[in-house]
Design a protein around this ligand. Sequence first.
Ligand code: AMP
Ligand code: MG
Length: 405
Amino acid sequence: MISVAEARRRILDPLAPTGVETVGLADALGRILAAEVRARVTQPPVAVSAMDGYAVRADDVARTPATLRQVGEAPAGGAHDGVVGPGEAVRIFTGGPVPRGADTIVIQEDADADGERIAVKAGAPPGTHIRPAGLDFGEGDVGLKPGRILGARDIALAASMNCPWLRVHRKPRIAVLATGDELVMPGEPMGPNQIVSSNNLGLRAFVEESGAEAIDLGIALDTEESLETLAAGAKGADMLVTIGGVSVGDHDLVRTVLGDMGLDVDFWRIAMRPGKPLMFGRLGETAMLGLPGNPVSALVCGLIFLRPAIARMLGLGETSVRRGKAELGRDVAANDRREDYLRATLARDESGALIATPFEIQDSSMLSRLARADCLIVRAPHAPAAPRGTPVDIIPLNPPGPDSP
Ligand code: AMP
Ligand code: MG
């Protein structure tokens, strides 16, 4: 059995970033930027008003009250072509270009209009409420750098920089194949000894949540023929992820069948709980990750290995799983040689300290506990018994709540 760290290294090292593709801004949310974004325009393109009011000469309103004559209008998207002369004012609106001659804006609250006559009650030094050309950015400025996970603010910026398309990393294609005679899809008719398959749908969501594209290969029966037929669907994918069938039971065919198909196995057992029967290898051009069948094991191994693998294929520099610190909410026994990932809740005590309390039962089939958990407590191999209050490493789980570290 190899360690979690060693398994992680052996999975990540051979993975190369996927290629680059172009997407429209409407499809760019959550994608990873592959090339810098430079402004194709200057914003604002000319000096504009930041308020509704009057564009005037500051000298004319240095002493108030002052009476000016309105000679035109400058709405956003329009312009006053003439020059603002002494004693003159141009009605201006937010975003309207500041006309030549004017050097300040009197806000409309500080002026009373009576036809063409504008009575200014309070002056405004030069430059007041004027956004100079290029205040936000100039043409050619770098707005976004490669590696950025594109959020709504980035998309707004790229749009205002007049960049309708972006270069992003192609989403890794992850084929997901469940295995087991006992499994039916949710809602399907069930035999007496059958259970509902949770993992293929759960992993598919997990893959998409991690920024990759999931290809659902369905559920293979525990026969060579069925496994071979469905596994063939992984051709062209960046990674095949199988669920179950990787331990040493009589019905655990994945290693045999994929082996016949040319699978080059790197390792197939790791010192981790949940998740001992984890397999990794290569099937031609496609990486292959064999996850354990137990639902909690599959999702926890997904978090520890599959998410970093996807991050690596997406070209992200940071692939480590985010960790935090908390105090144990109850005593835990000494650990054996497998690195342990305990499902736990998080809460703050009266002093504000973050307390992680593991569930009493840590059975790897219990999705109810996994769904209720706020974090995983990581216990090193051979960690000694630890009393309540001991500081521990935790991995926060989604969605991050207000109390998340
Ligand atoms: P296996 O590794 O195939 O022996 O599976 C270990 C355990 O996980 C068995 O109890 C299976 O019934 C269960 N299991 C395997 N795949 C799934 C799945 N897709 N959904 C729910 N449970 C599963
Ligand atoms: Mg099975």
